[in-house]
Design a protein around this ligand. Structure first.
Ligand code: ATP
Length: 305
């Protein structure tokens, strides 16, 4: 029997609400095209990403793959060309200027790679943390508490040039947390630091995640960061291409499993080194087996196994 109109409508509604559901961050087919002097650069080419509340996720990818563009969109600094980008139920494409200001002040906190960009040099650490609270019309009582939580309570009365790069980044995390955001975004926060200092900065981000329940998304080239999070998302050519999930094994060891990302219409990116190893280009042959799909270079015959 053919479905009735109301059944078709119900099906269409179910389908449109399915992707990402009410996850904390939902990017659906996100596109960002930059136009400079008549030349178009497609920085995001239909990127899909779902992140749940309270996750700590690393984003990795080659230079130019679109990582900073994604972070700028999620921070409300940049507006994508098309697609869906939602954080905590707020639609980042259709948001009014007023909602955007509220979003940037109170829903999301941002940490840049360049320590100097995060903090005002003529203020003390405490004053830097109090500033966003005052701009949002709040009192600055939490500042000392936040600095202590992140292990830089002793820097409260120091001005920025009187601190090391690692201390400055931990103060920057306290500034980002000042208005109790739901989400922290960090673009290469350990990029300018040595490994020991990076560890302290990453620990501070992890503390914000575990003790304050803030969702944290970190763009990084630093294996120290990307190998310690539960989920690493790889971006290639403006799309999510792979994910590495880490879990604790039976003997307490960390087990990492890498997956290719499959989108809703069945597209996936094969890792470039796999394609190169078997000279795959343009066309591949697929064969459905009972528990996997075989992929062969176009001219090759499938092997028996
Ligand atoms: N404001 C802009 N105007 C024009 N093109 C831009 C702009 N910002 C980024 N792009 C281009 O978009 C693409 C993605 O850039 P993006 O900065 O997001 O990459 P990335 O992965 O963060 O790189 P990196 O690791 O080097 O920071 C690049 O080709 C870049 O040149």
């Amino acid at each position: 029997m053919n479905p009735t109109l109301s059944e078709l409508e119900a099906r269409a509604t179910r389908k449109s609400t399915a992707f990402g559901g009410d996850a904390h961050i939902v990017c659906d087919n996100l596109v960002r095209i930059y136009k400079t002097e008549g030349v178009e650069v497609v920085a995001l080419q239909g990127l899909d990403l779902v992140i749940d509340e309270g996750e700590l996720v690393a984003i990795v990818g080659a230079s130019g793959s679109g990582k900073s563009t994604l972070l700028n969109v999620l921070s409300g600094l940049d507006v994508p060309t098309a697609g869906v980008a939602k954080v905590a139920g707020m639609d980042l494409l259709s948001m009014s200027a007023r909602d955007r200001l509220h979003y940037r002040r109170s829903v999301v906190g941002f940490i840049w790679q360049q320590t100097a960009r995060n903090l005002l040099p003529y203020l003390t650490s405490r004053e830097n943390v109090e500033l966003p609270m005052k701009l949002a019309g709040r009192r600055g009582g939490r500042a000392t508490e936040l600095l202590e939580l992140l292990g830089v309570g002793y820097c409260a009365d120091r001005r920025i040039p009187e601190m090391s790069g690692g201390e400055q980044q931990r103060v920057a995390i306290a500034v980002a947390l000042a208005n109790s955001p739901q989400l922290i975004l960090a673009d290469e926060p350990t990029g300018e630091l040595d490994s020991e200092t990076s560890e302290q900065v990453f620990d501070a981000l992890r503390k914000a995640n575990r003790e304050l329940g803030v969702t944290v998304v970190v763009v990084t080239h630093d294996p120290l960061v990307s190998e310690q999070v539960d989920r690493t998302v790889g971006i290639r050519d403006g799309r999510t291409s792979s994910e590495t999930l880490r879990r604790e094994g039976a003997e307490g060891q960390i087990v990492a499993e890498e997956y290719a990302v499959l989108d809703r219409v069945g597209r996936l990116q094969l890792p470039r080194d796999f394609m190169n190893a078997l000279d795959m280009e343009r066309r591949v042959r697929l064969e459905l087996e009972s528990d996997h799909i075989g992929v062969w270079p176009a001219r090759e015959e499938p092997s028996d196994d």
